[in-house]
Each structure stands twice: as structure tokens, then as C-alpha cells.
Design a protein. Structure first.
Lengths: 81, 143
């Protein structure tokens, strides 16, 4: 399954761009698998204080299954305010 | 029914206005208005800061701020809530965030306003980068 991923903050720097496309071959694909795939492809993610993922504008747990058309966003540690 | 009409949430790339937030929240039945203004500080851990660069995942930032507003309305007797956040490059002293809360009585206004900014800092997908003379650092990214 091809997934488009948006990144903000330091995640954008780590990925080298605002948006990337990843091919995930496990079936079904869950958020945990995506997290593993990202951390392996981009080891700098493991150095961060935390790494959350959002699917369709909601924070998600690793067990959530991804579907075609889901908007996936990498949320590194937030620092608003 | 929780009323979102009593809430104003904005993410702007232009300078924020304390007066605009104040005017939104004031109401005849509110005796207490609490305002929090977050500004850009000139140093961090003793190091001179030149500017802060804010970016936001806007649609989710707004929905997370709406959740904060709903929680406030569940917990406290508050009439109106205003939350404005800025994005882009800000100089020292510029306003990054304004939270305004109006309630009949001041206790709820104080508590809700504090809750709003404390929770925003934990959950809302907005990030700031500190710009120094000798480099840039995304705040709180690394332990």
C-alpha cells in the first residue's frame, strides 16, 4: 500500500521535505508498522523525545489500521505557545 | 449542548491583537476576563535568541484547540473563549499566542485560561524553532 506522509517541524528536516510517499507491504498496514518503517528508514526519528502520528487529523495509537486515502502526518514533539 | 459559537479560534500569519480577543470574549454577564499573552523571549537557557519560527498543521491545530474549548466548557462556568496563535517568523517581544476567557466569576476565568495554555502546549500540533546567531533548534525535539 502506498501512503503519503506529511511532516512538520524537525520531522520535515529529517525526511528532507514536507511530504514523502512510502510503500508498505505488510497486510494490513497499521500505524505501528508505519512507525517501525519510518524509524528504520530514518534513524534520526529514534533520537526524538517523542513521535506521534496523526491520521485524518486525529492522534492515533499504533494498532490503528491504515486505509487508502488516509492522511498521515508525523507529529514530532509539539512546542506551540 | 456545548456551544462552539462561544469560541473563537484562529491561526494567523499576521500580528495578533489583544484588543480583538478581549472584545470577542466580553459579555454583560461576565465579571471576570482572564487574558494570557505568550510573547517571544529574548533568551533561552542563557543563550540569546534572535527570533522564533512557528509552523502549524493548521486543520488539526484548530480541531485540537476546539477540543480544549469543549473541555473548558465541561469543567468550568465559562461564557466565552478566544484562542489565537501566530505562525511565521516572530521577533523578540512579538505575540505568539493569546488566550482570553470570560466567565461570570474570576475563579473559572483564571483556571480555564491556565488550562487552555497548558494544554495547548501539550497537544496542539504547532512547532517553534529557536533561531540563534550560530544556528537553529526545534524546541523540545530532543530529550
Amino acid at each position: 500500500m502506498k501512503i503519503k506522509i506529511l511532516a512538520f517541524g524537525i520531522a520535515k528536516d529529517i525526511l528532507g521535505g514536507r511530504e514523502i510517499e512510502m510503500e508498505l507491504t505488510s497486510d494490513p498496514v497499521d500505524v505501528g508498522a508505519l512507525r517501525e518503517h519510518l524509524s528504520t528508514a530514518y534513524p534520526d526519528f529514534r533520537k526524538l523525545r517523542s513521535l506521534a502520528l496523526a491520521v485524518n487529523e486525529e492522534y492515533v495509537d499504533d494498532g490503528i489500521v491504515l486505509r487508502h486515502g488516509d492522511q498521515v502526518v508525523i507529529i514530532p514533539p509539539v512546542s506551540g505557545g | 449542548m456545548l456551544e462552539l459559537e462561544r469560541t473563537q479560534i484562529k491561526i494567523l500569519a499576521t500580528p495578533l491583537s489583544v484588543d480583538e480577543c478581549y472584545q470577542f470574549v466580553t459579555a454583560p454577564n461576565c465579571g471576570g476576563i482572564d487574558l494570557f499573552v505568550g510573547t517571544v523571549r529574548d533568551s533561552t537557557q542563557g543563550k540569546k535568541v534572535i527570533s522564533l519560527d512557528f509552523e502549524a498543521y493548521v486543520p488539526m491545530a484548530i480541531s485540537e484547540m476546539e477540543k480544549i474549548s469543549l473541555t473548558i466548557q465541561e469543567r468550568w462556568k465559562v461564557q466565552r473563549i478566544c484562542m489565537h496563535h501566530r505562525t511565521g517568523l516572530l521577533k523578540i517581544g512579538e505575540i505568539a499566542v493569546i488566550i482570553a476567557v470570560a466567565a461570570p466569576h474570576r475563579g473559572a476565568a483564571f483556571d480555564a485560561c491556565r488550562f487552555a495554555i497548558d494544554t495547548l502546549k501539550e497537544t496542539v500540533p504547532i512547532w517553534k524553532k529557536e533561531i540563534f546567531e550560530d544556528g537553529e533548534v526545534w524546541v523540545a525535539a530532543h530529550p
